[in-house]
Design a protein around this ligand. Structure first.
Ligand code: ADP
Ligand code: MG
Length: 206
């Protein structure tokens, strides 16, 4: 489990970057909420952001799959985060970071350099098992990277893939348990093969 680092307070203050990554249902949002709640107990001032496009559960709350929730500010792009910071915050948390553009790397670097503790969470792989957008860049610059795992819905092994149950090919398809399930590598490969075979047989039929 992640324990907040003990830091020597230098003046001017410098911050750091934490990234929580993994598949869908791996507990990223829960972990982000846990860290935020601990920061609040430690009397730190926290501001939480999420991408505007993600309103699956709630417009202005970050909500985990098991309905744990916390107030947040929805933003359209990383620059908006910089604009909304008032200067008195100690911790900046950002959920669903994979939906932001690559400029998020520069924005969070600037925040950490300016003394903020930045906690991000996001999907490290898309529905095809490919690295997801800005997340690999964030892995590179973060001081602390935590990779979480879900449970494979097919066999119960450790899951690191988000298997899409529908046929869409769009990289961003907001969804829940009807659209996605967590799978281990083996069950993910089997599912992708089944999808390919189905496509080929459809092509032959028409
Ligand atoms: P994430 O943000 O990584 O998508 P959340 O933090 O929102 O995940 O939710 C994690 C919760 O999802 C777990 O505590 C559990 O209650 C639930 N859950 C549903 N399906 C699974 C699964 N296949 N493996 C693990 N947890 C699951
Ligand atoms: Mg989440």
């Amino acid at each position: 489990m992640f324990i907040e680092p003990k830091t020597i307070i230098h003046e001017p203050k410098v911050g750091w970057i934490e990234l929580i990554c993994g598949s869908m249902f791996s507990g990223k949002t829960e972990e982000l909420i846990r860290r935020v709640r601990r920061a609040v107990i430690a009397q730190r001032k926290v501001k939480i952001f999420k991408p505007k496009i993600d309103i699956r559960y709630h417009k202005i709350k970050v909500v985990s799959h098991n309905k744990n929730e916390i107030q947040s500010v929805p933003v359209a792009n990383p620059l908006e985060i910089l604009k909304l910071i008032e200067g008195e915050e100690d911790v900046i948390a950002i959920d669903e970071a994979q939906f932001f553009e690559n400029s998020l790397v520069d924005v969070v670097t600037e925040l950490a350099n300016d003394g903020y503790r930045v906690i991000l969470s996001g999907l490290d792989m898309d529905f095809e098992g490919k690295p997801f957008g800005v997340i690999p860049g964030l892995m590179g610059i973060a001081e602390y990277v935590t990779k979480l795992h879900a449970v494979c819905k097919r066999c119960g092994n450790i899951a690191s893939f988000s298997y899409r149950l529908t046929e869409s090919n769009k990289q961003v398809l907001l969804g829940e348990q009807e659209e996605y399930e967590a799978r281990c590598r083996r069950c993910f490969i089997i599912g992708m093969e089944e999808k390919r075979n189905k496509l080929t047989s459809q092509k032959i039929t028409f």
